[in-house]
Design a protein around this ligand. Structure first.
Ligand SMILES: *Cc1c(COP(=O)(O)O)cnc(C)c1O
Length: 402
């Protein structure tokens, strides 16, 4: 042990490490030590990156694309992103409205660094993705959490906007389909957010990372389609991590007003410079090649989703919103809070998630990490056999509580 004579920056002491990555690490360590762990904590598809995408990455190396690229990304990739937005949504962007970055997470980081001043408030509906509040805090902003109701399927009740908005509100985050609940915002909710944003000069940040993994037939509502004026005040965050099973390649992208993208490029030029060149060529192959991969994954996820939801709601006292997208279920286990196992009381989601890991060898993520302590998140991006075994273990573990 070295002595901790050098103190840390105050901004670091204010935030916690990503709890999802922490649970994943603990589960992997237990597994490495020989425990029969079923890992439901993982936030990535259980598919390999498509072969043609991998080949494009390898070819990029062979072709000598091993140097710095332009800060916002290679022009071909930005052009391909412009085309995707046009084809998929009929949105018109120019190439200077696109930034390629080191994963969607990094894109969000750049956005907050580019627009938040100390004390600025950012509205974050809960359950929220774990990284939103700390990213806002790292930029000096204040996360303002809007609680969503399970009984509303975690849709936003528009009256909550006026309740939580203040004169310091600068931005709002939308994540539909969401991580952790797979929930969708209705067109009504999105239109209400858009109206408030226009009236009060808010930036809308829409994290669309799960847009290609949805279980409703047809298009899900998007805020940009509710009012054309929102183009001037919306940053769309997306990437290939989830849609093309490319989490390790670290390619995300943002689209938004040119002056905001330019500011984000300034931040990126003084931090990561650009994302990995070969990975950019791989992402180019993903976005310009066949687009059936996300649909193929979604087809595989659907029976797993149905199985998990059916199993969970059949357990005594458990409720679970049916996810409209993504690959997570977010059951409510609060019925069991206050119960005990071997004299140890389950006081909330952190205790319950620990209990699942230690007594049932099932790794999950406590809802507290997403701002909702009544819940626990399970990823169903794993095989049906593992899910069957896992749900059985959860059922037994819950029954063992007294
Ligand atoms: C996975 C994820 C991202 C982005 O992940 P990257 O691996 O950084 O591309 C962004 N938002 C949500 C809600 C996610 O689940």
């Amino acid at each position: 042990m070295t002595s901790e004579c050098i103190s840390l920056a105050e901004r670091v002491t204010r935030i916690k490490p990503s709890p999802t990555l922490a649970v994943n690490a603990k589960a992997k360590a237990l597994k490495a030590a020989g425990a029969d762990i079923l890992n439901f904590s993982v936030g990535e598809p259980d598919f390999d990156t498509p072969e043609h995408v991998c080949e494009a990455g390898k070819k990029a190396i062979d072709d000598g694309h091993t140097r710095y690229t332009a800060v916002p990304g290679i022009p071909e990739l930005r052009e391909a992103i412009v085309q995707r937005f046009k084809q998929d949504h009929n949105w018109d962007y120019s190439i200077d409205q696109i930034q390629v970055c080191c994963g969607g997470k990094h894109g969000l980081y750049n956005i907050f660094q580019a627009i938040i001043n100390p004390g600025d408030e950012v509205l974050i509906p809960a359950p929220y993705w774990v990284s939103y509040p700390p990213m806002v805090q790292l930029a000096g902003g204040v996360p303002v959490i809007i609680p969503l109701e399970e009984k509303d399927n975690f849709d936003l009740d528009p009256s909550m906007l006026t309740k939580y908005a203040t004169s310091k509100t600068r931005a709002i985050i939308i994540n539909s389909p969401s991580n952790p609940a797979g929930s969708l915002f209705s067109e009504t909710a999105l239109a209400a957010i858009g109206k408030m944003a226009i009236e009060n000069d808010w930036l809308v940040i829409t994290d669309d990372i799960y847009e290609t993994i949805t279980y409703s037939n047809g298009k899900i509502p998007h805020i940009l389609d509710t009012d054309a004026r929102l183009m001037d005040r919306t940053v769309v965050l997306n990437g290939v991590s989830k849609s093309f099973a490319m989490t390790g390649w670290r390619i995300g992208y943002s689209a938004g007003p040119a002056h905001i993208i330019k500011a984000m490029n300034k931040i990126q030029s003084q931090s990561t410079s650009n994302s990995s060149a070969p990975a950019q060529y791989a992402a180019l192959a993903a976005l310009t090649g066949p687009q059936d991969f996300p649909g193929m994954m979604t087809e595989a996820f659907l029976p797993r989703r149905d199985f998990c939801v059916n199993e969970l709601v059949a357990m005594e006292g458990v409720t679970c919103v049916n996810p409209g997208g993504a690959f997570y279920v977010f059951p409510n286990f609060s019925h069991y809070y206050g119960r005990e196992f071997n004299g140890k009381k389950i006081n909330g989601s952190v205790d319950l998630s620990d209990y699942f890991l230690e007594e049932a060898q099932v790794a999950s993520v406590p809802g507290a990490a997403f701002g909702c302590d009544d819940f626990v998140r399970f990823s169903f991006a794993t095989s049906m056999d593992v899910l069957r075994d896992g749900m059985e273990r959860i059922k037994k573990a819950l029954a063992a509580l007294s």
